[in-house]
Design a protein around this ligand. Structure first.
Ligand code: NAP
Length: 521
């Protein structure tokens, strides 16, 4: 492996052009291949050992709940402890493996995933209900995370230069932390699960991976891929299980060195609080990387391209059924252009096709599960008292968990629809008096993940750069679709620890810095 890899060599993985018939055909073939593999049983992987339990997690297709994607063994506390011991043992050797060798495994896994890209994307279609383009983007992002972090590790492997003096040589280098618990969400079941896992691994740590119970099969496939790429046993332990049982047990564990969590605010806060308590025998303060929810806003200025505004709002609101932490769940529009933008947004939304994500022309599939379906439908019911329903509003959970893209207008800026993360295809629209008011509403939630301003006014753009308080701020585009290495991703306030996944600071969070000063005798 060359040590001359530069960050500037990195180019993100291109998305598949599904307008080409040949690409559509290859993807259909992959969907058929995956269909023929459904229903398998997946064991835990602890220290390289396959362990099958009697108790199972059953992963189903949210677009067709009678279809089983796979059954997955379920970790209990005893097995979680076994996994912790395996990871502690593996850490003693893995931490001594050179950064080049560790990075190489990521490069190899990325290359293998690229070869099997459509197969993995097909699992995302079936297990997470992702339409083709969303699944394709998820897989591309996983590849990006591996390539980017491998390159970053090569940048950091010798530490950062510090001053030396005539009488002493000084070094500042990064060393691994220990055993990390990776807890991932359902909505980017490949990209976030893989990204958070490999960041911890390439930096020399060993990990216990607890994926979302909604999407454990794609995680099992990824663990197999890393093994095939040469990852030694015990470095990555696959332990799906109940968040409240296994999650709590490992978050409390005195040997847990860090927790990398992505998910809801509620669980993130719980983990942060529990991790802060020093347990008997614990030698460190646990580090918590927590990327949590969002209530992301697109604001539309009086001077703006209104077609860009409408399309940015609609695609950011309803892509993957609004189940992105970056989804635009609220739009705030200047009163001068309010009626026109609202009309364009409604018209465009009515063109979206909803249905089985396995069909190539489906824009929006289901939400992830019954709990989510009920939660979103409750917001829609309550929303009728908070705003005017102008399109959508209906749900159908007879076969899968389908909810129409739903828009409420004239919503008060303090209404629940404007303040709480709904995580479904529901958009609230609110009118603003002037630019000050646009910014005021943009900043009036507990969150601070993403946001966008649609404006042609240079002064307003400059003001928003300073005053729109979100971790990822975009201009004249939607607020979703961050690309690894281009738009490091993470939020302020209750959106988490702003750890900026896919950015130049990210790996350092998984290491500790050691200063070494040698006096010349
Ligand atoms: P979630 O319900 O919080 O679950 C996330 C993970 O936490 C799952 O693996 C879950 O396991 C686990 N968990 C549950 N209880 C736990 C406990 N007591 N201790 C440890 N782990 C526990 O989130 P989700 O519904 O999967 O994902 C959607 C949320 O993630 C949204 O709020 C979204 O905004 C956020 N998100 C944020 C980002 C970001 O970068 N900021 C990115 C993606 C998603 P189970 O499956 O067993 O419940």
């Amino acid at each position: 492996m060359s040590t001359k890899i530069k960050e500037s060599d990195y180019i993100h993985e291109p998305l598949t052009d599904f307008s080409l018939e040949k690409n559509r055909q290859v993807f259909k073939d992959s969907l058929n291949l995956v269909e023929s593999q459904l229903g398998k049983d997946y064991p835990l992987v602890i220290g390289g050992e396959r362990i099958t339990t009697n108790e199972k997690i059953v992963s189903i297709n949210p677009a067709n709940k009678d279809k089983i994607i796979g059954t997955v063994s379920k970790t209990n506390k005893e097995l979680a402890e076994k996994a912790m011991q395996a990871a502690l043992t593996a850490f003693e050797t893995w931490k001594k493996v050179t950064p080049e060798s560790r990075a190489n495994i990521l490069f190899r896994t990325a290359s293998m995933l690229r070869h099997r890209k459509h197969e993995f994307s097909s699992y995302l279609v079936k297990e997470a209900g992702k339409p083709w383009i969303e699944a394709d983007a998820d897989t591309a992002e996983a590849i990006d995370f591996m390539e980017y972090y491998a390159r970053q590790m090569m940048q950091l492997k010798d530490g950062i230069p510090v001053q030396s003096r005539e009488e002493e040589s000084n070094k500042f280098k990064y060393i691994p932390l220990g055993v990390g618990i990776i807890i991932s969400p359902f909505n980017f079941p490949l990209a976030i699960m893989a990204g958070t896992t490999v960041a911890a691994i390439v930096t020399g740590n060993t990990v216990l991976l607890k994926p979302s119970n909604n999407t454990p099969v794609v995680a099992a496939k990824f663990v197999e891929l890393m093994e095939d790429a040469g990852l030694p046993s015990g470095v990555l332990n696959y332990i799906p299980g109940s968040g409240s049982e296994v999650g709590d047990y490992l978050v409390n564990h005195p040997k847990t060195r860090f927790i990398s969590f992505t998910g809801s605010r509620e669980i993130g806060c719980r983990i942060n609080e529990r991790a802060a308590k020093v347990q008997p025998g614990q030698l460190w303060l646990k580090r918590v990387i927590a990327e949590m929810g969002g209530k992301d806003t697109i604001i539309v200025d009086a001077e703006a391209d209104l077609d860009i505004a409408a399309s940015s709002i609609v695609h950011s609101a309803f892509g993957f059924s609004g189940q992105k932490c970056s989804a635009c769940s609220r739009a705030v529009i200047h009163e001068d252009v309010y009626d026109e933008v609202v009309e364009k947004v409604i018209t465009l939304t009515k063109t979206l096709s909803i249905g089985n994500p396995a069909d190539s022309n489906t824009y929006m599939g289901p939400v992830i599960d019954q709990k989510s379906f009920e939660k979103v439908m409750q917001y829609i019911k309550n929303g009728k008292e908070e705003g005017k329903l102008v399109t959508g509003g209906l749900g159908d959970d007879s076969k899968g968990y389908f909810i129409q893209p739903t828009i409420f207008i004239d919503v008060n800026e303090r209404a629940r629809l404007m303040q709480e993360e709904i995580f479904g295809p529901v958009l609230a629209i609110c009118k603003a008096r002037d630019f000050d008011h646009l910014l005021e509403v943009a900043n009036n939630t507990d969150y601070g993940l993403t946001g966008a301003l649609i404006s042609n006014n240079h002064d307003h753009i400059e003001r928003a750069k300073e005053e729109f308080h979100v971790g990822n701020l975009y201009f004249n585009r939607g607020c979703t679709g961050a690309i690894v290495g281009y738009h490091p991703f993470g939020g302020f306030n209750m959106s988490g620890t702003d750890s900026k996944a896919g950015g130049p600071d990210y790996l350092i969070l998984h290491m500790q810095a050691k200063t070494i000063s040698v006096t010349h005798l």
